[in-house]
Design a protein around this ligand. Structure first.
Ligand SMILES: Cc1ncc(COP(=O)(O)O)c(C=O)c1O
Length: 487
């Protein structure tokens, strides 16, 4: 609690910078504001008369008066005729800019690219953390090299070989801060080696490789994506030094690159001397399709494999990895060392422990049916409320794409959904070549089944508001949310 103090504060601790851009009266204001907020100028205390402070600071009185007047207007000071100006008696009296009302946020957020953070296995992770903190040799707390801790490189090489069909020895594994950094390191090394062109899927994520490639001066070549993944013919024409692919679950459309296309990509890389960056971002979540191994397993000499914990455990861990062709390892490790001197060792060790104890497998086994039920709830709700939307990319991953009928404007649907409290993304922002088929990206991983059903019902209502109000639908007394496409 603040006490009222009616004494005179003799030293306001105002220091003026006469060379800086901030006017003197603003400097006095902010020094006093800070003093009041920090309690150095107690509530109720008197501050020196403007004439005296002006003399002490060697400035004109008008400057001090202007500052005091402003603080009176803001409620920090009270001025009474014939008396000292005082610090306002109570903090509640301080009038600040009225805060903008907090935005309520969407009622249902179909945001993609996230895990169910509430399902993070905290207790088990904590046990791994405790174990490694207790047992790790002191040397593990020292500076690292650019490759990562040996324990994790070894356990990841074993895991990726076993589960993803990756061809990896520990010496090829390099630990990064997620895929974002993995891609940045690869681009850096390629740029240093004179790379000029990068081929990317169209549509594809727009927040890592694409902007980074532009920053490094690469030309970005879009490759059209169909339901089966990227167009190999376009790749063969691209003259690219690197192609960036999401072959096991194309982001965002969800296709799996077929075997012939995989072989053709590898052939292209070997013939042209180019490289493939394989982003295996959510391969672990597969519901009703056969497992598909990593392309890297076919051609470890030309494919750079990248993975991350962001879709399986938590993006906040910032842990990812690369499996590199041997001729790239030392250059990428050097870039990693330059970037951040290595990822945090304790987290790396904890994940290694988590992996070797089978906890990662267990967590994936636990989450697969959870996400599958959510995916099924989404499909059921779409079938019930929006049967004219065509789901795709649903056999795996943590989001689905729903194609919209061609005559519905994607942006207008996203806006109408937001007006109905539903956040959903369109595909257009991720396209390099526009326009394209309209569609929505619907993330379901962090919503329960009831929320998913409610979200799709609201989306249907939103879409109904966009349809021409036909006399037929009205006359039949169709309930809200019903219509030609939305029911
Ligand atoms: C296509 C794709 N790959 C990988 C990732 C993971 O990135 P990071 O490991 O940097 O979190 C994401 C994240 O959203 C993504 O959309």
């Amino acid at each position: 609690m603040s006490t009222v103090n009616s004494g005179l504060v003799h030293d306001l601790l105002v220091e003026l910078d006469r060379t800086g851009p901030l006017p003197l009266h603003r400097q006095i204001e902010s020094a006093l504001r800070e003093g009041i907020r920090a309690g150095r100028l107690p509530f109720g205390s008197s501050i020196p008369p403007s004439r005296r402070l002006a003399a002490e600071l060697g400035i004109s009185r008008g400057v001090v008066v202007e500052a005091y007047d402003q603080l009176v207007a803001e409620g920090y000071l009270v001025s009474t005729p014939g008396s000292y100006t005082r610090v306002a008696a109570a903090p509640e009296q301080i009038v600040t800019e009225p805060a903008a009302p907090p935005s309520p946020g969407p009622r249902i957020d179909f945001g993609y690219g996230r895990t169910d953070a509430a399902s993070f296995p905290r207790a088990v992770w904590l046990r791994s953390l405790k174990r490694v903190l207790t047992t790790a040799p002191h040397d593990r707390l020292n500076y690292l090299d650019g490759y990562g801790v040996p324990e994790l490189r070894k356990s990841l090489a074993d895991y990726l070989t076993r589960v993803r069909g990756v061809s990896a020895t520990p010496s090829q594994v390099l630990i990064t801060s997620g895929f974002g950094q993995a891609g940045a390191l690869v681009l850096q090394v390629l740029a240093d080696r004179g790379g000029k062109r990068i081929a990317v899927e169209d549509p594809s994520a727009d927040d890592d490789i694409r902007p980074l490639a532009v920053r490094h001066g690469f030309e970005v070549v879009p490759l059209p994506v169909t339901a089966d993944g990227v167009s190999v013919e376009a790749l063969e024409r691209s003259d690219a030094d690197l192609v960036m692919l999401t072959p096991s679950h194309q982001w965002p459309l969800g296709g799996v690159l077929p075997a012939e296309a995989r072989a053709a990509v590898v052939r292209w890389a070997r013939t042209t001397g180019a490289l493939v960056l394989e982003d295996d971002y959510d391969a672990e979540y597969r519901y009703d399709r056969a497992p598909v191994g990593a392309v890297q397993g076919l051609a470890p000499d030309v494919v750079i494999y990248a993975g991350s914990l962001s879709k399986t455990l938590a993006p906040g861990l910032r842990l990812g990895w690369l499996v590199l062709p041997p001729h790239l390892t030392s250059a990428v490790a050097e870039a990693k060392l330059l970037a951040d001197r290595g990822s945090p060792a304790i987290e790396q060790l904890a994940f290694a422990d988590f992996l070797v104890r089978g906890e990662f497998d267990r967590q994936l086994r636990r989450m697969r049916p959870v996400y599958r039920r959510r995916r099924d709830a989404l499909l059921a709700a779409l079938a019930e409320h929006l049967p004219d939307l065509e789901p795709t990319g649903i056999a795996a991953g943590l989001h689905a794409v729903a194609w919209l009928p061609d005559d519905l404007d994607e942006h207008a649907v996203v806006t109408a959904a937001a007006d109905h409290g539903v956040q959903v993304a369109g595909i257009a922002p991720y396209r390099l070549t526009k326009p394209g088929r309209p569609g929505l990206i619907i993330g379901y991983s962090s919503l329960n089944e009831a929320q998913i059903t409610e979200g799709i019902r609201l989306l249907a209502e939103a879409i109904t508001t966009m349809l021409p109000a036909t006399s037929a639908t009205r006359a039949e007394g169709t309930p809200a949310g019903a219509g030609r496409r939305a029911r």
